[in-house]
Write a protein that binds this ligand. Structure first.
Ligand code: PLP
Length: 450
């Protein structure tokens, strides 16, 4: 990439004059102009290269500009750029069949959306209409999207500005052994107590009022919280006992991120509805959707489903999903993810946890990892307070700056640093990034007081 600071300045100037950015105080941001991206790297207009340990918003699972995926989109564009959802389209039919073939047994039909929020929104609508009940149970420390309903289902600060919103959204605590809401002293105890807490929540809310429990299979943005073995099966059991649907939000965890097509495959559970987006085609063209069980789909066999989107099952998006699933198989990407987790990322992050007092816990699976950073190694007091911003968040900002200075782009959220590279990242690239992280963590270590 040839440096072209003038072009970069132009991009930045137009951006500041006319682009209104998500989640931001518009006067306080300076979005970095991006000149190019390829594989696991992107470049700014000064020619500086960054190794992407964030996969943008944890969505570029296949890496940037995969030549076969780009070619598939070009071919699809030449063939058929757009067609309304009411027609049957070749790319859409094939994408739906391929997704259903890879989804757990009994999930056969796909409702396509443009992204994750529309997926959770429609899954909740389906669950309410199927059960005739209104409440949706989700966990604290979850993110389900930023539309009217999905933001209320969300269990973290991004919900606050949309409150009071609509009634019928109930939050409960999921398992998080490192910061247990149940004062557990082991993972087994955490699993047991978290399930009992859900049982109690269902009891006092009234099972006959609850349409669905919606869970991120592995909680993403809020900490890469891997459920203890037995937790998801326990949730399935509680739902079955009361005729409540189990919605798996796999928008971030699905399509390779956890080394499986679907993260629930790790634990062998079958939800009633599965939400996907991001990794399905790595965001080369916006796409998401809901996979429906036969029973939920049957509810809308004779009665119309009251939901739709102009671009539901967009041909370019679906063609890129088909190509992406094929590439994943041809290149053994799921196997690669599992191998990298076992041989490179897992062992090295465990070493970082041993070497750096600021790393309270390293956890994750696949290409989906977090360092839970602490100020106090005994009490686990977080390195920065929950929802910290400005001065209070300075230690995390300094850590991020130290990574960026050396050309590494990780993801940070509150007191955590997430290692979530493209699923195609090589062992050498991972080691390059983890070496930088090792050096950068010295910045966080300086804030450790106990
Ligand atoms: N659900 C989960 C688990 C997510 O991580 C996200 C986005 O990060 C969403 C839903 C919302 O997806 P989108 O931003 O595509 O609307």
């Amino acid at each position: 990439v040839h440096p072209d600071p003038e072009a970069g300045a132009r991009v930045a100037a137009d951006d500041r004059a006319h682009v209104f950015h998500s989640w931001s105080a518009q006067a306080k941001i300076a979005p970095m102009p991006i000149a190019a991206a390829s594989g696991s790297y992107f470049w700014d207009f000064e020619g500086k290269r960054y190794l992407d340990f964030a996969s943008q918003l944890v969505n570029v699972n296949i890496g940037y500009q995969h030549p076969k995926l780009v070619a598939a989109i070009q071919e699809a564009a030449a063939r058929q750029c757009t067609i309304a959802p009411s027609f049957a389209d070749e790319s859409r039919s094939e994408a739906a069949r391929m997704i259903a073939e890879r989804a757990p047994e009994g999930l056969e039909k796909v409702f396509f959306t443009n992204g994750g929020a529309e997926a959770t929104e429609n899954a909740m609508r389906m669950a309410r209409l199927h059960t005739g009940r209104h409440k949706i149970l989700t966990t604290y420390r979850s993110y389900h999207g930023a539309t009217a309903g999905s933001i209320l289902a969300t269990g973290e600060p991004r919900r606050w500005a949309s409150e009071p919103g609509a009634p019928g959204f109930v939050h409960f605590w999921g398992p998080y052994p490192f910061r247990s809401a149940f004062h557990s002293t082991s993972v087994e105890e955490e699993c047991e107590r978290a399930l009992q807490h859900l049982r109690d929540t269902v009891m006092v809310e009234g099972p006959q009022t609850i349409a669905a429990v919606m869970l991120e299979t592995v909680v993403g943005t809020n900490g890469i919280l891997v459920p203890p073995d037995g937790y998801l099966a326990g949730v399935r059991e509680i739902c079955d006992e009361h005729g409540i649907l189990y919605i798996a939000d796999e928008v971030m965890a699905g399509f390779g991120r956890c080394g499986e097509w679907f993260a629930v495959d790790r634990w062998g559970v079958t939800p009633d509805l599965v939400c996907f987006a991001k990794g399905v085609n790595s965001g080369y063209v916006p796409l998401g959707g809901v996979i429906l069980s036969e029973a939920v789909a049957a509810t809308f066999a004779e009665r119309p489903y009251p939901g739709g989107l102009t671009y539901s099952g967009h041909p370019l998006a679906c063609a890129s999903a088909v190509a992406s699933m094929r590439i994943f198989e041809e290149e053994g990407i799921l196997e690669h993810v599992r191998t990298m987790a076992d041989t490179v990322i897992g062992p090295r992050l465990a070493q970082l946890a041993a070497d750096h007092p600021s790393v309270g816990e390293a956890r994750g699976l696949g290409m989906f990892w977090a360092l839970d950073l602490v100020k106090d190694t005994t009490t686990h007091e977080a390195l920065v307070p929950y929802n910290a911003s400005g001065d209070a968040a300075a230690p995390m900002a300094e850590l991020m700056a130290a990574c960026k200075a050396e050309g590494l782009w990780p993801m940070t959220h509150f007191n955590r640093l997430h290692v979530v590279p493209p699923c195609t990242t090589s062992a050498e690239e991972l080691t390059e990034g983890l070496d930088i992280l090792d050096r950068a963590l010295a910045v966080a270590d300086r804030y450790v007081t106990g």
